[in-house]
Write a protein that binds this ligand. Sequence first.
Ligand code: DMJ
Length: 728
Amino acid sequence: MVGERVVPRPERLERAGRGLRAQSQPRTQPQQGRPFFRSGVLRFTFRHARVTPDLAPRDRAQNSGKGDGPQLKADVTATKDTSSNRSQPAPVRESAGCLQGCRCARFSDKWKQLSRLQRNVILFVLGFLILCGFLYSLQVSDQWKALSGSRAEVEKMKLEVLPVLPAPQKESAEPEGFADILSQKRQRHLRRGPPHLQIRPPNTVSKDGMQDDAKEREAALGKAQQEENTQRTVISWRGAVIEPEQATEPPSKRAEASIKPLFLASRIWKEPAPPNERQKGVIEAFLHAWKGYQKFAWGHDELKPVSKTFSEWFGLGLTLIDALDTMWILGLKQEFKEARKWVSENLDFQKNVDVNLFESTIRILGGLLSAYHLSGDSLFLSKAEDFGNRLMPAFTTPSKIPYSDVNIGTGFAHSPQWTSDSTVAEVTSIQLEFRELSRLTGIKKFQEAVEEVTKHIHSLSGKKDGLVPMFINTNSGLFTHPGVFTLGARADSYYEYLLKQWIQGGKKETQLLEDYVRAIEGIKAHLLRQSQPRKLTFVGELAHGRFSAKMDHLVCFLPGTLALGVHHGLPADHMDLARALMETCYQMNQQMETGLSPEIAHFNMYPRADHKDVEVKPADRHNLLRPETVESLFYLYRVTKDRKYQDWGWEILQSFNKYTRVPSGGYSSINNVQNSHKPEPRDKMESFFVGETLKYLYLLFSDDLELLGLDTCVFNTEAHPLPIWSPA
Ligand code: DMJ
C-alpha cells in the first residue's frame, strides 16, 4: 500500500513512458482513485513531453491528414521523424536574428494554414501539457513527503511489533535510556535495602524513580554497576563460588546475561542441610530418570524410556527446563551445569511452532523463572523474558481472554481448530508466572494482560457459589457449556491460583481471597460426599444438577492447597477438609495393587458388602506419574508436621520404583495400576515427573521446614517456586 502511493520511482516512470496502452489495462487500485489518476497523468505527460517541442510541419501535416486530433500512432511516428530531421544538414547559414525571424514567419504561415480545429487541438494539448507539468511537480513533492512519512510509519510499526518477537538483547545493544531505567530500579536497592527485599510491584518503580534526584540516581547506578560487575565475575552454586573460567559457556555467550534483573540475589534459597536417607532415595530416583533422559532424549521434550527414544510436543527441551530447579534443589551440580549449558547454547525460541499457552507458561516460563531465582543466573531471566514476549499475542482476542495456542515464531495465536473456546483453568493459571515476569523485568504488559483475565472472570455471571464452568469463549468472553462443575481437569488450577496469587501479592488482593473462600464453600455445598464403607470424603462432579461420584487424581492438589490457605490464616475448617481429602487421595493409591493411583477414581456411595470405596473403570486405570498426591502430602506435612504424611510419600516413591522404573534409565507411565504383575508401561516419562513429583517428594522428606518455606515462596502449578512479594 505504501509503495503504491509512492509512484514516481524511475522504473515506474519508464514503464509509464512506454505507452498509453497501459491506460487501457484494468485498474489495479480500484479503491484508490486518486493515485490511479495520477499515474495516468504521468504517462500522458511523459509521452507528449518528448514529441511536442520538435513538432515539424511535415509531421503535423501527416497528423492532420489522419484526423482532427493527435493520434497515438501519429505521435510515435512524429517522434521518429523528428529525430531523423535532426540528422539532416542545415541548408543555409543565416544570422541568428534572421533565422529566428524567418522561422517565426514560417511558423506563423504554417499556423495560419491550419484549420481552426487543428489549432484548437494543438492549443488544448499545449495547455494540457502545461497543466500536467504543474500537477506533476506538485505530486512529486507530495509523494516524496509521503515516502518519508511512510518510512517513519514502517519504522514505528517495526518497533511496535518488536516486543512480540524481540531479538535477545545483547549487552552492547543496550538501548538509550536503559541506564535511566536501570538506575531507577537499582536506586531502589540503595534506598530500601538489599535487592532481595525489593518487593514492590514494578509499576511503582518508575513513579518512585521520578521523584528521586539525579545525584542519588547516579550514586545508585554506580553502586549497582559495581554489584553487577561482581555478579558477572562469579557464578554461584548454592553458595560456592565458581570462577568465570569454569563457566560452561564461551565469553560471547555470557553477553546473554545482559538483562539487568531487579533482584540479583535470591531470597527464596538458602543453603540446605545435607540430604537425609529418604532424600537420598529421591536423588537416586532423579538420577535414574535423568540417565534415561540424557542418553535417549537429551534436549527433547519427553523421554520414551522403553523404546529408548523421545517424543516432541513443543520441541523446546521441556523435560530439561522443567527439571532445572529440581536439580538445583537436589544439589545436582554437574547435571544443572550441563542443562544450563544446553539452555545457553541450544534453547532458541525463534521457532515456527505452536505452543499451548498454559502448558508452556507453567513449565517453561515457570521453570526458567524459578531457575533464575534459585541460581541468580540472569541467563534464565533473559530466556524467560524472550519467551514471555512470544506468548503475548495469545491475548489479542476480542474479549482479552487468551487463545489456547500461540506460534512462538510467527506470533500467530489461535483457538483449537474445533472451537473458539479456551479452558477456564488454562486462562486463569498463568498469572503467577506473568506477574512475576513483570516484577522482574519492570515490563507491565505481562501482568496487565493476565490480571485483565482475572478481573474479567471475577465479574462474570454463570458461577455456582464460586464454582466455575470449564470453558470460556475468546470472542464473547462468556462461559460456555455451563452447568458442569468439577475440581478436576479444566477447572482445577483456577482455584489453586486464586489462593496462590493472593499469597504471592502479599495477601492484599482481597478479591482473589473472596473468590477462593467462596469457591471452597461451593465445593462443600455441591461437590463433597462420603464413600462407603470407609466414609472417605471425596470431591465429585456436578453436571446439570446430577452428581457424579467421579474424582480425577488431579483433584488431589486440593488438600495441599487447602492446607496452604490455612497456613496463611484461612479458617481452621479448611484444614479438616484438607486432612480428610488427603486420606482419600492416599487411599486412591493405597487401594490399588501397584500402590499407585489411577487417573480417575469412582467412589462407591452405597453400603454393599462386596464393594470397595474406590472403583476404577478400565479406561481410567493408567497412571501418568502425576504429582498431585505427593504435592498435597508435602503441604500437609509442612503444616501439621505429622510424619505419617512423609511415610505415605515414601510408600508412593517405592511404588514408583517398583512398577514404573525402566532399567535402562527413566520412569514410564503405566496402563494398569490394578495389575501388579503386568502394569504395562506406556513408554512415556512426562516432564512433570522430574519437575514436580520428585521435587515434592524431596521437599516432603526434608527435616528443614524452611527449605523453600511456605512463607517465603509460592509454588506454581508445575511446582516451580516463586518468591512471595512481601513477607507474610
Ligand atoms: C502438571 O502439568 C500441572 O500440575 C498441572 O497443573 C496439572 N497437570 C500436570 C500434572 O498432573
